[in-house]
Design a binder for this molecule. Structure first.
Ligand code: NAD
Length: 414
């Protein structure tokens, strides 16, 4: 059976491992090099009568522990047809560092989700692994939470469909059909990895709303009931900011479309309001404006600003939240770096980066450009020596090297 390696040991990785083991006959290898995660998972599975259990509104599914090989040995990737990174984007580098010496020609290397700039991170690797296809998903297909590490995870909801981008772009339809079969969620070809960098709506929603809420709250500690609802209480100001940030990303999309003619598939890159309506069909009570869509999306109900407790019953915004530590360096800064190469001005995004940078202790921009520190701490194209738009897109338009092996039926193993 073809082997697939899942790298990462968090909420999403538990769901992916179980999904692959339940839906396919693939050999599922769970690569856990981080801290003592491999030992913890092995212990947890051994002590649980059901192995790994996934709980959802449809009921409980159990994966026999014999279906999954748990390892911290990267050599297990040597004959894999695919390596799937399911971890926060800041973990991709160390996971890839371990695995990359062992990848064989033609391996598919995917990030679920991609976030921004995965295309630059894998560029050098693609040069060393003949026929390698890199791909990324726009979002994690599931909202999920671990209940017991290593043996029980809850799926809170699944996306109706997920966009996939690949490098080369031409591979996207084939990889999307393989991933649809593996995941049981419709995965739709959405162009190249550049499209995924731009289509990452987390880079707008998360830093944008952190900026609005934190500025609005000022410098005082909050009682629990004062912690604002993150989306529902975005307000006029929040909706206007998100629309302006999104409009700048759309300007960049249009500039890239002009520069590369019809070559670049950017059809899946839409503004944040359109994305919300497409992504949450049937869940938004009032779609009449972005403000109302944010306030009335049932999937967002009850989600609050991330906070930390600073004294008993008193809270401050959590500046170490993923909404900043992942979505800024692996999202907004990447897009800002690409805009710099394309000569597209992003004054609203720049304002957000400057302010959240002050909270994060990073000067992302200096004199209207990404700062050396900003480049070094992000996945912007400049971090990988990319100096022109043509270099940023290199590899996106290449033909697929050889046939993508194996075909979909073989890949599912059923
Ligand atoms: P998570 O926080 O559960 O992942 C943590 C895991 O990442 C760790 O257990 C470890 O295995 C790995 N990791 C962390 N730092 C590492 C390092 N330095 N080196 C190697 N490995 C490291 O993440 P998740 O909830 O599974 O989310 C995965 C991705 O999906 C993230 O990009 C997240 O933003 C996104 N996402 C998650 C959800 C969700 O419901 N969980 C929803 C939407 C999007």
């Amino acid at each position: 059976m073809p082997r697939v390696v899942v790298a990462g040991g968090g909420h999403g990785a538990h769901v992916l491992v179980a999904t692959l083991a339940l839906r396919t006959s693939l050999e599922v290898v769970w690569y856990l090099p981080y801290r003592d995660e491999a030992d913890r998972v092995m212990r947890a599975m051994a002590g649980s009568p059901g192995g790994l259990t996934v709980v959802s509104s449809a009921g409980e599914c159990m994966v026999d522990r014999g279906r999954v090989v748990v390892t911290r040995d990267p050599r297990m990737a040597s004959s894999a047809m695919a390596v799937l990174l399911v971890a926060p984007a800041f973990a991709h580098e160390s996971l890839l560092e371990g695995l990359s010496p062992w990848l064989s020609p033609g391996t598919m290397v995917g990030a679920i989700p991609a976030r921004g700039g995965f295309e630059y991170q894998v560029k050098e690797l693609a040069g060393r692994v003949p026929g390698m296809v890199a791909f990324g998903l726009q979002t994690l297909p599931w909202a999920c939470r671990l209940e017991v590490y290593g043996c029980r995870v809850r799926v809170l909801g699944a996306k109706a469909r997920v966009l996939l981008g690949s490098r080369p772009q031409a591979a996207a339809p084939r990889v999307a059909s393989i991933l649809s079969a593996w995941l049981g969620v419709p995965v739709v070809a959405g162009g190249g990895l550049t499209a995924m960098t731009l289509a990452n709506t987390g880079q707008i929603l998360h830093p944008g709303l952190m900026y609005v809420h934190i500025r609005r709250l000022g410098d005082r500690a909050l009682a629990a009931q004062e912690v604002p609802l993150f989306y529902q209480e975005a307000g006029e100001e929040g909706a206007a900011l998100l629309a302006s940030m999104s409009a700048e990303v759309m300007e960049l999309r249009d500039a890239l479309a002009r520069a590369f003619g019809g070559l670049l598939d950017l059809g899946g890159v839409v503004d944040v309001y359109t994305w919300l309506k497409d992504a949450y069909v049937g869940q938004i009570d009032d779609q009449s404006s972005l403000l109302q869509a944010l306030a009335s999306n049932r999937a967002y109900r009850g989600i609050r600003l991330p906070v930390v407790e600073v004294a008993e019953g008193r809270y401050r915004p959590d500046l170490n939240s993923r909404y900043l530590t992942e979505d800024v360096p692996f999202g907004l800064v990447v897009t800002r770096g690409l805009a710099e190469l394309a000569g597209v001005a992003t004054p609203v995004i720049d304002g957000v980066l400057t302010e959240v940078g002050a909270w994060m202790g990073v000067v992302w921009l200096r004199e209207g450009r990404l700062s050396p520190e900003g480049v070094a701490r992000s996945r912007a194209p400049q971090r990988y020596g990319v100096k022109t738009l043509a270099e940023a897109l290199a590899g996106e338009f290449e033909p697929i090297a050889g046939k993508l092996e194996p075909d979909v039926r073989e890949a599912v193993g059923r």
